[in-house]
Design a binder for this molecule. Structure first.
Ligand code: NAD
Ligand code: IPM
Ligand code: MN
Length: 365
């Protein structure tokens, strides 16, 4: 299989974890006879410093021409002053919006090997649920303003039924292949937009009698994730609530560095770890690359390369089970980002490939 991948390493640890993923993709390409062509583009602080724009139009074109996009992270303390008008994060929001990457899927999985890091006891074994986060609307993209005196600001939260329906449908599709349970996380006791989400989910509940539906307010949900994470199968939520609940859920996996994500439109997809640019770790070879590498595995799954994706996942399991990980996971052998990746690609090269299955991912569209 031949695929064109647009790569945006971005800022902070973005380049380190993305380079790890590319090494893994190359190992997969070699083993299974695929051809991945990478085009590198600029985004975030790096793009502002070079072009004065967090998402230059060449980057956007490169992204829309690609079969898929691999992204590291954006953000740099250089731009943390709240008075600054051009910020790295705008590049990320713009690429999501302009490519209509409305569905952000964030699988939450914990591992036996990292269970000791979780401050709560995972009595029933590893946790496994999926967050489906709406990504191109809500308070992130509503009208926002600051008055001329600079002492009043607003951010509008907007949702249409169409925007909610397309997310809920993806949640339903995912749960049909899992445990048939859909949980909506909202704040319907206060927000009009949340009541619209509830109405939509209620309407699907009426016609899906074989499924379990649950509704939680975000304040309660953030507690439930810690109290009883096993109650979740597929969670659907608005942009902001999905952002918050996913970082919180990473505690179950042992580190924010563990979580991958895929953001889908009808015709394109972008894969990036859930974590940010972790600027304190930049250039130190300590960043956990697993979130990015598992995002690359989600990309392979999107291409229909299921066996290849599973091989990456099982090789990561072996690394963890052998106590090999970056320092955040506090396992027996603390190794750097580069060494972790090199051992992983050796492992991938060693396993005997069967015939790769090429079922297309039909999640969106
Ligand atoms: P962050 O995710 O960068 O880091 C928070 C903490 O999580 C770190 O201090 C570290 O303890 C841990 N962590 C994160 N990634 C890790 C990894 N790969 N390995 C090991 N530990 C890891 O969040 P932040 O500090 O709030 O934000 C830093 C910058 O990143 C900001 O500019 C923010 O806007 C940006 N950001 C970008 C993205 C993105 O590009 N998708 C996501 C979140 C935050
Ligand atoms: C994420 C990040 C982004 C978000 C920021 C950097 C704009 O936190 O991808 O989770 O809030 O969506
Ligand atoms: Mn976030």
């Amino acid at each position: 299989m031949k695929k064109k991948i647009a790569v945006f390493e971005g800022d902070g640890i973005g380049p380190e974890v993305t380079q790890a993923s590319i090494k893994v993709l190359d190992a997969i390409a070699k083993k299974f006879n695929h051809e991945f062509e990478y085009n590198h583009g600029w985004i975030g602080a790096a793009a502002i410093n070079k072009f004065g724009n967090p998402l230059p139009k060449e980057s956007l074109k490169m992204a829309s021409d690609a079969d898929a996009i691999l992204l590291g992270a954006v953000g740099d303390p250089q731009f943390s002053d709240p008075n600054i008008k051009i910020r790295p994060e705008q590049g990320l929001l713009e690429i999501r919006k302009k490519l209509n990457l409305f569905a952000n899927i964030r699988p939450i999985k914990s591992y036996e090997a990292t269970a000791h890091l979780c401050p709560i006891k995972l009595q029933n074994g590893p946790v496994d649920f999926v967050i489906v986060r709406e990504l191109t609307s809500g308070i992130y993209f509503g009208k926002s303003s600051l008055n001329s005196a600079g002492d009043e600001a607003r951010d509008e939260c907007f949702y249409s039924i169409a925007e909610i329906e397309r997310i809920v449908k993806i949640g339903l599709k995912l749960s049909a292949d899992r445990n048939n349970k859909l949980t909506l996380i909202d704040k319907a006791n206060v927000l009009e937009t949340s009541r619209l989400w509830r109405k939509v989910v209620n309407s699907y509940e009426k016609v899906n009698k074989d499924m379990t539906f649950d509704y939680l307010y975000i304040d309660n949900a953030t507690m439930q994730v810690i109290l009883n994470p096993y109650q979740f199968d597929v969670v659907v939520c608005s942009n902001m609530f999905g952002d918050i609940i996913s970082d919180e859920s990473s505690v179950l996996a042992g580190s924010l560095g563990m979580l991958p994500s895929g953001s889908y439109s009808e015709s394109n997809a972008l894969f990036e770890p859930v974590h940010g640019s972790y600027p304190q770790a930049k250039g130190k070879d300590i960043a956990n690359p697993i979130g990015s590498i598992l995002s690359a595995a989600m990309m392979l799954e999107y291409f229909g390369l299921l066996e290849e994706a599973r091989l990456i996942e099982s090789s990561i399991d072996s690394m963890l089970n052998n106590g090999l990980a970056t320092e955040d996971l506090k396992l027996e052998h603390k190794i750097g980002t580069v060494q972790f990746t090199d051992i992983l690609i050796n492992l991938i090269a060693k396993v005997n490939p069967a015939n790769g299955s090429q079922k297309q991912n039909e999640l969106v569209g």
